[in-house]
Ligand binder design. Structure first.
Ligand code: AP5
Length: 215
């Protein structure tokens, strides 16, 4: 059986940071649909090109594109793997589709970790986020700065601001989260699968809470 742990939370809540910190501790595979789409876009694949305008505006890429990506990933994943889904599902249609995709591919949704933080914190985190375009490592100018300003600790590349971390796009992403993704939280609450994590704490404390939720 393949075990899926879903990371829910608004943009900037710290899903990617927590999933990235905890995955190596339990040998889980961190699957970020945002990172997969950015990679597809950089490689100019058909899915990447289709996703481009949605991502740039801060909207959601069509459900069919995501469900196809996740279906393929589940099919190629070995039995016994734990998967961290960071950024999927984020519509009710995706959550419903995942039930079938999981059943068809010998997988089960173990639980859904909801990382929550107040909007002021989300805005501060997204505004200060810097990412490595080469290896994907994430930083924050004050909360998690690299050793040398502007340079990736892991691979030495120059850090950049994500294209969708501009003020207007951030606003739109937060609105989309409330309208399209918040109902997904209700879906997993009804199923008794939500584990609440206080995302306003420092990154190490959040990672500890997430690790506990993975057991
Ligand atoms: P995606 O990449 O998933 O973006 P997101 O959901 O908006 O989430 P973020 O990556 O912005 O936030 P995060 O919670 O991971 O925060 P992070 O850990 O980086 O998606 C991008 C786009 O792709 C979407 O807008 C959409 O277009 C498309 N897409 C992706 N999936 C899709 C789907 N399923 N359906 C349709 N479209 C889809 O942290 C943020 C910052 O805070 C960092 O600088 C970090 O260093 C800092 N930080 C993190 N945790 C802490 C902490 N505890 N204390 C202090 N600082 C912290």
């Amino acid at each position: 059986m393949k075990k899926i742990i879903i990371f829910l939370g608004a943009p900037g809540a710290g899903k990617g940071t927590a999933a990235g910190a905890v995955a190596p501790k339990i040998n889980a595979r961190h699957v970020s649909t945002g990172a997969m789409l950015r990679d597809a876009l950089a490689r100019k694949t058909p899915a990447g090109l289709e996703a481009k305008s949605y991502m740039e505006s801060g909207g959601l890429v069509p459900d069919e594109v995501l469900c196809k990506m996740i279906g393929e990933l589940l099919a190629e994943t070995s039995d016994g793997t734990t998967l961290f889904f960071d950024g999927f599902p984020r519509t009710l249609a995706q959550a419903e589709a995942l039930e079938k995709l999981a059943a068809d591919n010998g997988a089960v949704v173990h639980n859904a970790v909801l990382i929550d933080a107040p909007e002021a914190i989300l805005l501060e985190r997204l505004g200060g986020r810097r990412v490595c375009p080469k290896c994907g490592a994430g930083y924050h100018v004050t909360n998690m700065p690299p050793k040398t300003a502007g340079i990736c600790d892991q691979c030495g590349a120059e850090l950049v601001t994500r294209a969708d971390d501009q003020p207007d796009t951030i606003r739109h992403r937060l609105e989309v989260y409330q309208s399209a993704t918040a109902p997904v939280v209700g879906f997993y609450r009804t199923a008794g699968k939500v584990v609440d994590v206080d995302g306003s704490k420092d990154a190490a404390t959040v990672a500890e809470q997430v690790l506990a939720a993975c057991k």
